[in-house]
Design a protein around this ligand. Sequence first.
Ligand SMILES: N[C@@H](CCC(=O)N[C@@H](CS)C(=O)NCC(=O)O)C(=O)O
Length: 217
Amino acid sequence: MIILHHVPQTRSFRVLWFLHEAGLEHELRYHSFAGKALRDPAFLALSPAGRVPAVEVDGGTLFESAAILEYLVETRAPALGRAPGHAERGRYLEWLHYGETIAQHLAQLTFHHIVLRPEDRSPVVQRLESLRLHRTLEGIEAALDDRDWILPGGFSAADVMIGSSTDLARRFVRLDTLPRVAAWHARLTARPGYRAALAADGRAELYLHDFYGDANG
Ligand SMILES: N[C@@H](CCC(=O)N[C@@H](CS)C(=O)NCC(=O)O)C(=O)O
């Protein structure tokens, strides 16, 4: 049994979504950023920086969302990855890890729109980070070309990684100027795996509004 340690509306959604796409049986352990549960020694033993996602699997533990997806692809869902030697291997790895390029800007924007006290928020950071976030999505726009998914060979864990981040990015930037990203996002969020994961995500604590701030600063 795979156990996923999860906080709603965070990077652990990547793993939750993947588990549904792959049809893998799992249990969810819900956590919250409120309180100190993620700093508890028991949780730090799973995830040394006190972050989600963390999983318990095959008698061990794993943290880091991209590593978890790679491990689950290798051990249980090869069709959702691109194995070494596959012509799309390099592109697959790039996009799998690009989720974090997007997420670094999401983290800054989350701090400067939601987490920090209003007097500590920086409009400069808000503006610059929304521009930089938009730029990461322009990268996906260019790469999508006229394909349904990020890789020519079809849907993969890379779509889950960057799709999850894009889903959160919509809280800070609008997709109006990115028609391919908007269409890809609509395809992603129509997938039964995404819908099932969303239903299991848990009660929203972080993003209580659909949109924060101005589209491009
Ligand atoms: N690179 C890590 C990042 C994990 C991470 O920073 N997760 C955030 C939620 S999106 C977290 O747990 N933050 C808690 C904290 O900063 O204390 C991954 O992809 O798993």
